[in-house]
Design a protein around this ligand. Structure first.
Ligand SMILES: NC(=O)c1ccc[n+]([C@@H]2O[C@H](COP(=O)([O-])OP(=O)(O)OC[C@H]3O[C@@H](n4cnc5c(N)ncnc54)[C@H](OP(=O)(O)O)[C@@H]3O)[C@@H](O)[C@H]2O)c1
Length: 303
């Protein structure tokens, strides 16, 4: 097994399949990307999505809305996109302004166009192991395990973080009865007692906390696999800006069996999965329903 679980080879595999399927099915996938306000981190992600879309042959239409928009304004924009057959996917860039109810905004998106899996219908289908558009970050974690052929079946996977976009859907996906899942899962959070002892017992640790370098070497079991979802902006000693994860990469490196880098790990895979969802949605709009499982098999069974 490789020690450094880089995201780039995984993203390349996913992108290759997306490009091939677009050509094979004569698709013109098109998405609406809604940005609210001018948060610099959001602006960075938005530009990344636009350039990824251009490379893949997917149209990304950006709608930049003012930070002071009302909930009804946003609902109207989404309703218009829901009704527009030329738009196959809708993504709402987070964070949303405080006057917009976060969870409710997900319910406004048509579940068939919900490529970031914010709608309760898609999130609910995960619990029932039904096919749906999948949340990108948890799927990126699963793709990393699958690409690097890390055994998951029967293993104790511990997730730190219980958010609705990462920890909770990931826990449910790891419980799926699939050859590449079938894990025993523990989810921890800021109220968990004896967190260190719990982390010590895990074969695979997924950190989605938002606290720089939170997980240290003395917390983990020897030969644990460490998957870092966190992306935290830091200021380096020389005052330059940098990014670190929730796992202290340098301190954990020797003790871990394998570890994802930050940047260059899970985050690198996430955007390509947004376009996999868009591909599924645009194919469905043409009348062909293909399970996300079929796409993943196609990506990971091809050597
Ligand atoms: N790579 C990607 O594509 C991607 C995508 C999304 C997010 N992220 C990154 O992943 C991280 C988490 O994001 P999120 O949206 O899931 O965050 P979030 O909604 O803020 O949730 C953070 C979770 O961590 C828990 N937590 C916080 N401090 C803790 C502590 N000291 N001990 C144990 N648990 C603690 C919180 O517990 P409580 O529930 O008790 O508050 C919460 O469940 C962030 O760094 C974010 O930037 C990356």
């Amino acid at each position: 097994m490789e020690k450094i679980l880089k995201g780039k080879p995984i993203a390349s595999r996913i992108r290759k399949t997306i490009k091939e399927l677009i050509v094979e099915h004569g698709l013109e996938p098109s998405m609406l990307l809604i940005q609210t306000g001018d948060d610099p981190a959001s602006a960075y992600y938005v530009q990344n999505i636009i350039s990824s879309g251009a490379k893949l042959g997917c149209k990304v239409e950006l709608k930049n809305l003012p930070a002071n928009l009302s909930a009804q304004d946003l609902k109207d924009v989404i309703a218009q996109a829901n009704a527009d057959p030329s738009i196959h996917g809708i993504m709402l860039q987070k964070p949303l302004p405080t006057q917009i109810p976060d969870a409710e905004a997900g319910t406004w998106i048509d579940p068939n166009k919900d490529i970031d899996s914010l709608n309760p219908t898609n999130l609910g289908k995960i619990i029932l192991s039904m096919d749906s558009l999948l949340p990108c970050t948890p799927t990126a974690v699963l793709c990393t395990l699958r690409h690097y052929e890390i055994p998951v079946k029967g293993k104790h996977v511990l997730i730190i973080g219980r958010s609705s976009i990462v920890g909770k859907p990931l826990a449910n996906m790891l419980l799926w009865k699939k050859p590449w899942a079938d894990a025993s899962v523990t989810v921890c959070h800021s109220r968990t007692e004896n967190l260190n002892e719990m982390i010590q017992s895990a074969d695979i640790v997924v950190a989605a906390i938002g606290v720089p370098n939170f997980v240290k070497a003395d917390m983990i079991k020897k030969n644990a696999v460490l998957l870092d979802v966190g992306i935290n902006e830091i200021i380096n000693p020389d005052e330059s800006q940098g990014y670190v994860g929730d796992i202290d990469y340098n301190s954990c490196f020797d003790k871990a069996l394998a570890i994802t880098p930050v940047p260059g790990g899970i985050g690198t895979v996430t955007t390509s999965l947004l376009f996999l969802n868009l591909l599924k949605a645009s194919l469905a709009a043409k009348g062909t329903n293909k399970n996300i499982d079929d796409f993943l098999d196609l990506i990971f069974e091809e050597k």
